[in-house]
Design a protein around this ligand. Sequence first.
Ligand SMILES: C[S@@+](CC[C@H](N)C(=O)[O-])C[C@H]1O[C@@H](n2cnc3c(N)ncnc32)[C@H](O)[C@@H]1O
Length: 273
Amino acid sequence: MAARDPHRFVNELDETAIKRLIDRLESRAKDSVFTRLIDKYAEQLALTKPASVLEVGCGTGAMIRAFVRRQEFTGKAIGVDQSQPFIDAARYYTEQENLEEWLEFQLGDAHNLEFPSACFDVVIANTLISHVTEPAHVLVEMARVVRPGGTLAIFDGDYASLTYAYPDHKFGHKMDQALAAASFNNPHIMRDLPKIIGDYGLELDSAWGDAVVEIGNGSYFKSFAETYAPYVANAGLINHDEVDNWLSAQSDAMDLGTFFASCNYYTYMLRCP
Ligand SMILES: C[S@@+](CC[C@H](N)C(=O)[O-])C[C@H]1O[C@@H](n2cnc3c(N)ncnc32)[C@H](O)[C@@H]1O
């Protein structure tokens, strides 16, 4: 079976797999190694006056809820996702956190957004475009719905840089590549983005990168490995026993305090002319 990015094909997953992804999205949003990166671009957006914000590919709404909880946020936000169970979870958590006044959710496809043109001040894609079928198409659609002078914020991993330490370096590299291929439709998209931006007439306002690194112990990369390693075996990229051995070795490394994993993440702020 060929690799099938679980977030791209989320509507084909069974209930157990969906539950696992929901848990992963929620735990990731609470992990400090990750939240500092989101805080960084939220600060850069500096929404000091009421703004209308769209998050495309919002999942369980974990990121946009954190955004709306920020003290300076006084506007209105909408999250769109292609998965009904994710939208249901997003509505549930939003109600639990009493955020309904500022935040709502809609089912929809990032390639064909059901909004009029130029109706948002800010449009965000937070770890979305590494998963979609046609990243350039999604960018153009995001640019369509943002008002002139508004901002597109694109945050994602350069999953081609994802790496876990493993004693057999050759196998470790093979597993890194298999993890990226099994989990992300577009593992190189963040390094390809400067060219795509130019090709579609979008303007780069600013961009920066951060390494997410865990040394000694892991929480972010532990949950990442446990969630996505099974997809490597299921896609037939590496056999089940070898994947299990790799997972056990990562777990042992955490117990021994010798764990190491890293991936680069990039943020692009695009200005819409
Ligand atoms: C890694 S999750 C990120 C969720 C959320 N942005 C966050 O940061 O917590 C990727 C999300 O993109 C959604 N997605 C993928 N392709 C999509 C598409 N074509 N249209 C809408 N959502 C899509 C998936 O359903 C999933 O919820």
